[in-house]
Design a protein around this ligand. Structure first.
Ligand code: ADP
Length: 438
């Protein structure tokens, strides 16, 4: 079987020639006859015309766009054209399939959350995705075909790319945006080709810093009371015979206060951790808002011990849908802060109201207040405006962080209004879906 078009072509030329040769043999039989010579000439002209016409068809077809159906050739030429046509068709289909695959790969790479840059010879950029443009402040239309080290000139990156040791990724800071940290990994493939992958790890880094700060803060918060307890105990051990019973009771009471403080800190840390790790919320229940707020007022009266004038305001009762334990913890926290940051003789108002826009719990005081600059940071763990005052009043710096978490878990919002020296209003607003109006 003849498979190559060239063989067909040879056959296409050879067949008429054979035909002519056959005629020549015939002519040889009638040697000398004019009729035989005429026949040879006629055959030769016919074969040449046929060959010329088919070659013209072939040339004209070759000039058509790829995919144009093969022309109708005469005789054997028809099969030759059909064979070439089929072959082209198959190659076109294969090319189309490969292009579609490539397009899909590119679409996937375009949508990737990581930056991708393909480098060709001499580190020239061949392709990049939008995330790579963002990470390195590049522009696809402008920078493709430019050598990457000419665009990212940070020495550590240039050295990493040139070093050819890509076992470990490179962590680098973006030059234009100092708050952006990138993790860059180069992958070598297909000989001299390379792919640069980049990932924005700023958020991870921020979390890592927060974790470090948190551990440092907790250690610091625990070390202070522990040092005090340790000091008292040593004093007692060293001079137990020199101390009166009243002195001993005094030291032990102070030590006990510090131990209570550590216990409170650990309890609040555990509460915060449970809220933060998203442990399942307490069973959702209908909490009688009026009763809950009245209970908080009673607790606050005990805490204030008559030093403040307390007022309860209820504008509509109804129920709150949520965890009773968590809501009570958040409401009490705000009320106890009002007691702790309002000097004796001050006023504290605790209230609840419902309306079309949902429900609102609030605690208003005319205490020391907070300067506006501190307000956005009050809910950060261990953030305190006056560390000394917070400690004196038994604070851990975690109260508002806990409140914020609880409020968020109930789709609510913590709104803080405060003025230094005038007082504060801490409000928790719940959406209508969380409130059953009474
Ligand atoms: P702390 O245990 O220190 O009270 P919180 O998280 O409850 O911690 O509060 C954070 C900080 O917010 C406090 O240290 C205090 O400076 C400020 N703060 C909270 N509530 C009040 C308030 N009612 N009046 C004035 N300052 C307040």
């Amino acid at each position: 079987m003849i498979t190559r078009p060239l063989s067909y072509l040879t056959l296409g030329v050879a067949a008429p020639l054979l035909f002519v040769a056959g005629l020549a043999v015939l002519a040889g039989v009638y040697r000398g006859s004019d009729a035989a010579l005429g026949l040879i000439a006629l055959g030769f002209i016919g074969a040449t015309i046929l060959l010329g016409r088919n070659l013209l068809l072939l040339v004209a077809w070759a000039r058509q766009p790829v995919g144009t159906p093969a022309p109708q050739g005469e005789g054997l030429w028809g099969s030759v054209f059909a064979e070439i046509g089929d072959r082209f068709q198959r190659e076109c289909e294969l090319k189309e399939r490969l292009s579609a695959e490539l397009r899909r790969f590119q679409q996937a790479a375009m949508a990737m959350p990581d930056g991708v840059i393909y480098l060709g010879e001499d580190d020239v950029i061949e392709w990049m995705n939008p995330m790579a443009e963002q990470h390195f402040d590049l522009d696809r239309r402008r920078d493709v075909r430019t050598a990457l080290p000419n665009l990212i000139r940070q020495p550590e990156f240039v050295a990493y790319l040139a070093g050819r040791d890509y076992a470990e990724p490179l962590v680098m800071r973006s030059l234009r945006r100092r708050d952006r940290t990138l993790q860059v990994q180069v992958i070598a493939f297909a000989g001299s080709r390379r792919m640069v992958l980049s990932r924005d790890i700023s958020q991870l880094e921020r979390l890592e810093n927060m974790r470090r700060d948190f551990v440092a803060n907790v250690s610091h918060e625990l070390r202070t009371p522990l040092t005090v307890v340790g000091g008292f105990l040593e004093t007692l051990i060293d001079g137990i015979d020199d101390f009166s019973r009243a002195d001993v009771i005094h030291y032990l009471t102070l030590a006990s206060e510090q131990s209570n403080r550590m216990q409170r800190l650990i309890e609040e840390l555990l509460t915060l951790s449970a809220l933060e790790t998203g442990a399942p919320a307490q069973v959702e229940e209908e909490v009688d808002a009026g009763a809950l707020v009245a209970e908080v007022v009673r607790e606050t009266e005990l805490l204030s011990a008559g030093r403040h004038e307390l007022r309860l305001v209820l504008e509509g009762g109804g129920a709150l849908l949520g965890s009773r334990k968590e809501l009570q913890s958040a409401f009490s926290n705000l009320a106890s802060n009002a007691v702790r940051y309002t000097p004796a003789g001050g006023h504290i108002e605790i209230g609840w109201r419902t309306g079309d826009e949902g429900g609102e719990y609030w605690v208003r005081d005319d205490g020391i207040g907070v300067d506006a600059a501190h307000i956005p940071r009050l809910t950060e763990r261990f953030y305190r405006v006056d560390r000394g005052r917070s400690r004196e009043t038994g604070g851990t710096g975690l109260g508002l962080a806990i409140v914020k978490h609880i409020v968020t878990r109930h789709q609510g919002e913590l709104v803080i209004d405060s003025e230094l020296g005038k007082g504060s209003r801490f409000a928790v607003r719940f959406p209508p879906a969380r409130v059953r109006r009474g």
